[in-house]
Design a protein around this ligand. Structure first.
Ligand SMILES: [Ca+2]
Length: 519
């Protein structure tokens, strides 16, 4: 069982990506704020470059939440799209991070915030002064108050602090929307993406809030103009750096809406519907909605171009959603990491970090060890750590072979080691399960197939697999167990040579992966 190398132009179809909030990952200089040098120092944790390593997570991609110069702590209100925020380091610190990441087989994608800038961006400060000023048309204006409300009931038009007029800002007054109907603005934002690819050596972008790029006659999301702008971004990015990757945040969980963003816009999108269904299945013990969400995505969206995940920086952390129940998170992670597309793991998820809103407390400093401040900083952390850091941290879970962290490592290593699990296609397998707790699917590539059986419920269950023979053309297959969690979860193995194929039984809250050898 040896790892095959990942081809340069398909890396994003085969790897696992790790979402990092730089501010909270590791602080190199003691000011309490995580920084690029700190992240660089901890790259081996993410991937040490050795495919056989059992000590690193094995991710081949990192997504950095915004690192551009910005006003707020989260960085989604950019004041300068061409430079790294000095709180995180210098532009050269970023280039050095990329070089060090590449040495380990890690690609670096950066958050790109195309929908809006900060109201302290010099472009907006100029535009505020009125018609005739540079950048005026890079934002949208109204001479009269307007009462339309946004998707979550918010005000969309904000009073100018300088003049008797209003500007458009979907999220809030501090983040005025950029106006893509102005050709110069579109050209500038395309240039920003080129700059990060060519001068900063980034490998691609996570596009923030893509449904809202262009407003059209009262419609504020999913407009024709938005799709057109996304096409232009991908064309430019592809032409500039053919091996790069773009993934969009389209957070509506309806796969029919997501389908309108293919085939010719960004490379991939986060599968929010699948993510919510996965965590809900682990929480409720019911597999039905998970099976439906995965089947819908598989049917409606292009293969390998939707990314599974459990939660991100906008959601209550998975472990909190699951009431602190490690067995539930283990089964959620097992299901998620055995799906196709590039899965995303949110930093700290792999050790089961807790966190509920407000946003700052789902983005706490990483819990590295039981040293002061969890080993995150030698100074005073920008935000206190979650209270459980002394017991729950990377060092403690390194020392425990059965920890959640080692479960993530083993799952990712298994995935990385097999083309069928990395990039093979997906076929849901109907089971004879009557408890509604079981999901089963096949991942197949040329000459290799895996059967994944997940029990979201809490009881040991018999799993008849009458659907298997109809899917696999062979009569006699002797599968082998490739992974079980927890140990001993699966009794018996699915036999293919009679009508009663079944996994004799599968323990509650467990994941079983069977390898079906080529015949
Ligand atoms: Ca720092």
């Amino acid at each position: 069982m040896s790892a095959s190398p990942v081809a340069a132009d398909t890396w994003w179809q085969e790897g696992v990506c790790y979402e990092v909030f730089v501010r909270s990952f590791y602080d190199s200089d003691g000011d309490g704020i995580g920084d690029l040098k700190g992240l660089t120092a901890r790259l081996d944790y993410i991937n040490d470059g050795n495919p056989a390593s059992t000590k690193s997570l094995g991710a081949s991609c990192i997504w950095l939440m915004p690192i551009d110069k910005a006003v707020s702590y989260h960085g989604y209100d950019v004041t300068d799209y061409y430079h790294v925020d000095p709180r995180y380091g210098s532009d050269d610190d970023f280039r050095n991070l990329v070089a060090e990441a590449h040495r380990r087989g890690i690609h670096v994608i950066v958050d790109f915030v195309p929908n809006h800038s900060s109201n302290q961006n010099p472009w907006f400060e100029s535009a505020l002064r009125g018609p005739g000023n540079p950048y005026r048309d890079w934002y949208r204006w109204s001479s009269t108050p307007r009462s339309e409300k946004g998707p979550w009931g918010q005000e969309l038009w904000h009073k100018s602090p300088l003049r008797d007029e209003y500007y458009y800002g979907l999220f809030w007054g501090g983040m005025p929307d950029l106006n893509y109907e102005t050709p110069a603005l579109l050209a500038e934002m395309l240039k920003v993406t080129q700059y990060w690819l060519t001068d900063m050596h980034a490998d691609g972008f996570r596009f923030d809030a893509i449904p809202y790029l262009v407003e059209d006659d009262g419609r504020i999301q999913h407009t024709r103009g938005t799709h057109e702008v996304l096409r232009k971004f991908r064309e430019t990015i592809r032409a500039t750096s053919p091996g790069s990757f773009t993934i969009g945040e389209m957070s509506d969980e309806d796969p029919q809406i997501l389908a309108t963003y293919y085939p010719d816009q960004l490379d991939a999108y986060f599968a929010f519907g699948v993510a919510f269904a996965t965590v809900n299945a682990a929480r409720t013990g019911k597999a039905t909605d998970f099976i439906k969400a995965v089947s819908d995505a598989n049917r409606l969206l292009p293969a390998g171009r939707w990314s599974p995940f459990l939660s991100n920086h906008d959601h209550v952390r998975v472990m909190s959603q699951l009431g602190g129940d490690v067995a539930r998170e283990r089964v959620a992670a097992g299901a998620m990491l055995m799906l196709p597309g590039m899965p995303f793991v949110y930093y700290g998820e792999e050790i089961g970090m807790l966190g509920v809103k407000p946003d700052e407390t789902i983005r706490n400093p990483m819990q590295w060890s039981s040293a002061p401040n969890g080993g995150f900083t030698s100074g005073r952390p920008w935000e206190p750590l979650q209270p459980d850091w002394r017991a729950k941290n990377v060092a403690a879970q390194n020392a425990d072979g059965s920890s959640l962290l080692n479960h993530y490592r083993r799952l990712i290593q298994l995935r990385n080691s097999h083309p069928a699990l990395r990039s093979g296609d997906l076929t849901m397998v109907p089971t004879g399960d009557t408890t509604g707790t079981i999901a089963a699917w096949l991942r197949r590539s040329k000459g290799e197939a895996f059967l994944i059986v997940v029990n979201f419920g809490d009881r040991r269950t018999r799993v008849p697999l009458p659907g298997l023979r109809g899917i696999l053309p062979t009569n006699a297959v002797a599968p082998e167990r490739a992974y079980m969690d927890p140990q001993g979860a699966c009794d018996g193995i699915p036999m293919m040579d009679d009508d009663s194929s079944e996994v004799s039984s599968i323990a509650g809250r467990s994941v079983c992966v069977f390898r079906l050898p080529p015949n």
